[in-house]
Structures are given as structure tokens and as C-alpha cells.
Design a protein around this ligand. Structure first.
Ligand SMILES: Cc1ncc(C[n+]2csc(CCOP(=O)(O)OP(=O)(O)O)c2C)c(N)n1
Ligand code: SF4
Length: 339
């Protein structure tokens, strides 16, 4: 049975997931669209509200749990993955979401993110990527581009940006996807896919911080640019993109992806997207403008044993073989000293 689904869920609507808290994001922030999409997606899970938990770190994005009418925990900067792991082990019957930003999840929390992903803890990570620290008023983040001028990098950032999808795939994450805050339908589709995945699901949501980093994702916001640059990934479909009169294909030349006019590629040479091919996903994760299109959709979705299953099974076996145990007795047994 999937996490959280133990009890029969009432028939919810989006409204059932709206809390009574005033939403305190700047007018125009992309977080509003994400919040609305998530609230709309929740009834689809078929999980009672009291079995759903949103856990966040610190940042504008991390204010998220206040606005969901579910359980939630606004925790410590970067530590949401650690707290979520503990909760999944203590209460594997709950459906757990981690909401984080590019700063929270990849700077101070990068180490924790690595471990929750590599362990394949059964939870859904939603990383709102606005390429900036929003809450602290506009310092560069680990996803800010080289040369980015911000309050903390007045001469331009000397750091090369991390690619969240490549990072997640490098950690061995069993579900990796990307969506965009301004494409509500796609965002809802990706949220459902991520939430239904068994194991660690990592969804990067390209999010606009209109106050400190406006239009960072304009390549996918502006209509014509989006048509020219978005590569919509669909399992079993070829990697084609661009307007009808300039259709292009991403193909493999040995182990190197290349962009060629679609008309010049025979059907057999097309690259067919396969979500179960993690090696292909690693190549896709690195594609970016101007030389390549921007992949949007599910890069990888594979089945792997979950951390909780393995660990809780070990616990069951140990108890069956050696009994319940006594923590006080354990702590005072063997070599102990009085000081
Ligand atoms: C231990 C600690 N260090 C630093 C901070 C300051 N701080 C708060 S939020 C934040 C970055 C948030 O950036 P991001 O995760 O991208 O979220 P956004 O606000 O952009 O949604 C920082 C550095 C803090 N609150 N706690
Ligand atoms: S600072 Fe940016 S990310 Fe934070 S609420 Fe305002 S617009 Fe949104």
C-alpha cells in the first residue's frame, strides 16, 4: 500500500487544502501558482488530510506548510530532508512532502538532500528554483549563473552553478523531473507523477522571484522563446522541439547529444525518450540553451527498494530474534564509567 493511503479518504476539493493563514509572498511571486497547483493536486492522491505532512526548511518557499490545510513543519535551514527521513521511519503510514528552495536545499541543505535522495526515502521533494535567495533579499544561490551580479556578488558570481537535475540523478534518485511555475497544467501533471512515485521523487519547479531575480526563466516564459527552446519529454516519444516550420531533433552522435533539423533524421535515428534509462536521463539533464533545448518533464522514473522498507525490516527481524530490548539497560551495560 502506498504511503498515507491507510484510511479511506473523503472526497476532497482544492478548497479543503487551503489553510486560513494569510499568504505572505510578494504580489506576483511564482510561489502562488505552485501553491494553487499543489492544493489542486492533493485530492487526486486519495489520502486523508491528516495523513499528509509538508516539511520545509527556511526561505520564502519554505513558508509553504502554513498555507496547506494538512500537517506541516517549518523546520531548520536545510534540514527538512533529515526531519522528513525521521518522520518516515517513525510513521511510514504518512505521505511526506519536502518543500525547499535552491538555497535551502542545495546550499546549507545540500548534504542532507544528497542523503535523502541516495537512500531512496519514500517522499516527494519539491525544489522551488528561483536562482536567488529570496527571503534574505537577493543574494546569489548555488543555481545562480556564473557572473551573476547580486548584493553578495557585486562584481559577478565566480561560482559555477549546480544543475539540480544532474545532482539528483548523481545521487541515484529514483524519480527526477522538471516543471515550470507558469505552465499550470504541466505542473499539475508533474506533481501527480512525483507524488504517486514510490521512493524519493525530486521535482525541480522553475519559479519566478519577480522581486530579486525577475524572469530568470524567460527562455521558457516568453511565448516564442518557449516554442523554440522547450523540449517536452514524454515517455516513448521522440525528442523533437521547435515551431512546426523549424522542427528540430535531439539525437545521439556516439555518446554526444546533438541538435539537427528534424527533416534530416530518419525515423530509426530519432532518440526515443525512455524514463527507465537513467544513463539517457543524465545526458538530458545537462541540456540547456543556447546550444540545446531545455528539457521539461520526467527525466527518470525507476523502481528501487525504499530505505524505510529495508530499515524497518531489519528492525522487525532484530526484535523477532532478540526481543524488544531496553534502551536504559543498553546504555548502562558494558563499559560505563562514573565521573
Ligand atoms: C542557519 C541559517 N543560515 C542562514 C540563514 C539565512 N537564510 C534564510 S533563508 C536563506 C536562503 C533561502 O533561499 P532559498 O532556499 O533559495 O529560498 P527562497 O527564499 O528563494 O524561496 C538564508 C541564507 C538562516 N535563516 N539560517
Ligand atoms: S522575495 Fe521573491 S521568492 Fe520571496 S516572496 Fe518575494 S518574489 Fe517570492
Amino acid at each position: 500500500m502506498s504511503a498515507g493511503a491507510a484510511a479511506e479518504a473523503p472526497r476532497y476539493t482544492k478548497k479543503d487544502f487551503e489553510s486560513d493563514q494569510d499568504v505572505r509572498w510578494c504580489p506576483g511571486c511564482g510561489d502562488y501558482a505552485i501553491l494553487s497547483a499543489i492544493q489542486k493536486t492533493m485530492p487526486d492522491l486519495g489520502i486523508p488530510r491528516e495523513n499528509i505532512v509538508f516539511i520545509s526548511g527556511i526561505g520564502c518557499s519554505s513558508r509553504f506548510p502554513y498555507y496547506m490545510n494538512t500537517y506541516g513543519f517549518h523546520t531548520i535551514h536545510g534540514r527538512a530532508p533529515a526531519i522528513a527521513t525521521g518522520l518516515r521511519l517513525a510513521r511510514p503510514d504518512l505521505k511526506v512532502f519536502v518543500v525547499t528552495g535552491d538555497g535551502d536545499g542545495l546550499s546549507i541543505g545540500g548534504n542532507h538532500m544528497l542523503h535523502v535522495l541516495r537512500r531512496n526515502v519514500n517522499l516527494t521533494v519539491l525544489l522551488f528554483n528561483n536562482r536567488i535567495y529570496g527571503l534574505t533579499k537577493g543574494q546569489y544561490s548555488p543555481t545562480s549563473e556564473l557572473g551573476k551580479v547580486t548584493k553578495s556578488t557585486p562584481l559577478g558570481s565566480a561560482d559555477r552553478p549546480v544543475n539540480p537535475l544532474a545532482f539528483a540523478l548523481g545521487c541515484g534518485t529514483s524519480f527526477v523531473a522538471r516543471t515550470v511555475d507558469r505552465d499550470v497544467r504541466h505542473m499539475e501533471e508533474m506533481l501527480k507523477r512525483a507524488a504517486h512515485h514510490q521512493g524519493a521523487a525530486f521535482l525541480e519547479i522553475l519559479q519566478n522571484c519577480n522581486v530579486y531575480n525577475d524572469l530568470a526563466w524567460n527562455a521558457l516564459y516568453e511565448k516564442e522563446s518557449r516554442l523554440a527552446h522547450e523540449l517536452r519529454l514524454e515517455h516513448g516519444k521522440p525528442l523533437l522541439f521547435g515551431p512546426p516550420d523549424r522542427r528540430q531533433a535531439v539525437v545521439m552522435d556516439g555518446v554526444t547529444p546533438r541538435v539537427v533539423p528534424a527533416g534530416q533524421v530518419g525515423e530509426r535515428a530519432l532518440w526515443i525518450h525512455d524514463e527507465t534509462n537513467v544513463n539517457a536521463a543524465k545526458l538530458l539533464a545537462d541540456l540547456w540553451v543556447p546550444d540545446f533545448p531545455i528539457p521539461v518533464g520526467v527525466l527518470a522514473a525507476i523502481e528501487q527498494p525504499c530505505y524505510e522498507e529495508i530499515l524497518l525490516e531489519q528492525e522487525r527481524r532484530a526484535i523477532a530474534e532478540r526481543g524488544e530490548g531496553d534502551i536504559a539497560q543498553l546504555l548502562t551495560s558494558g563499559d560505563t564509567w562514573r565521573i
